[in-house]
Design a protein around this ligand. Structure first.
Ligand code: DGL
Length: 277
């Protein structure tokens, strides 16, 4: 049996790259007094097209590494990791007596609550769409919804690479949005934590009447509720600390991450993910 957790431990979170920084941002706004450790698995990016079986083992390794270093909560700041391996992350976290906050369910709840027409779009990675995670989460909301899912294999890599917003980028985004426009969705779930970083481009293509739902805010609220419920929230007033780990080249992660998070990432530690078995 794991012992009681110390409230001074950090909140750990991970993504395949810089996308989860959109979740970290919301957590820093809601929980400024907490310490955070963020891992970007840049060596394995993109998760969206990886073999799900290998991805599950990788997620297990990441959760083990983060929790072995000490954390009081694990946030899965990646929709693909949540869709493919939420159960694996939960199993590792349970060994440490740590709770898990995932990303898919909170967005489904918001989308079902705000759609007028009941036509909800989901833009996500191929793995996320194929897992059926959003479809199931939306079905569980208890109101009949028409769900239009679009796989966007090239969108997260475009963002992760820090590419320019040139004509080809807009053409790619238009192509992904075409079926959503044709289906006249009034609500679009940004089903990948990278996508809020290109929300202005998507909003322009889809028009003012389509509401974009990203998960960060709801995840931050869930993290806050979980910490308070477990008596693990920090009571202090001063700002917490944040640390970054990545598995690929750290300079590239620091550069793109600093630009998107709009604050210095500082030293980024390069780590290797242990194989669990
Ligand atoms: N940010 C990710 C997600 O939420 C990952 C994109 C990828 O690695 O393909 O799905």
């Amino acid at each position: 049996m794991p012992g009681p957790l110390d409230p001074s431990l950090p909140v750990a979170m991970f993504d395949s790259g810089v996308g989860g920084l959109t979740v970290l941002h919301e957590c820093l706004v809601s929980l400024p007094e907490e310490d955070f450790v963020y891992l970007g698995d840049t060596d394995w990016f993109p998760y969206g097209t990886r073999d799900p079986r290998l991805l599950r083992a990788r997620i297990e390794g990441i959760a083990s590494l983060l929790l072995a270093r000490g954390a009081k909560l694990l946030v899965i700041a990646c929709n693909t990791a949540t869709s493919i391996g939420e159960d694996v992350a939960r199993a590792v976290a349970a060994e440490h007596g740590v709770e898990v906050v995932p990303v898919v369910a909170p967005q489904a709840e918001i989308a079902a609550a705000i759609t007028d027409s009941g036509r909800v779009g989901v833009l996500a990675t191929p793995n996320t769409v194929e897992s059926g995670a959003y479809r199931h989460a939306l079905e569980a909301q208890g109101r009949p919804l028409e769900v239009i899912e679009v796989e966007a294999p090239d969108l997260a890599p475009f963002i992760q690479n820090g590419s320019l917003f040139d004509e080809s980028a807009v053409t790619m985004a238009r192509a992904y949005c075409a079926p959503l426009r044709a289906a006249e969705v009034d609500t679009l779930i940004l089903g990948c934590t990278h996508y809020p970083l290109v929300a202005p481009m998507l909003q322009r293509i889809l028009g003012r009447d389509v509401r974009l739902v990203s998960g960060g805010h709801a995840v931050a609220a869930a993290a806050q509720r979980t910490l308070e419920g477990a008596g693990l929230a920090r009571e202090r007033r001063e700002e917490g600390d944040y640390r970054f780990l990545c598995t690929g080249e750290s300079a590239a992660f620091r550069e793109v991450g600093t630009r998107f998070l709009q604050m210095p990432l500082g030293e980024v530690e390069q780590v290797e993910i242990p194989a669990r078995h």
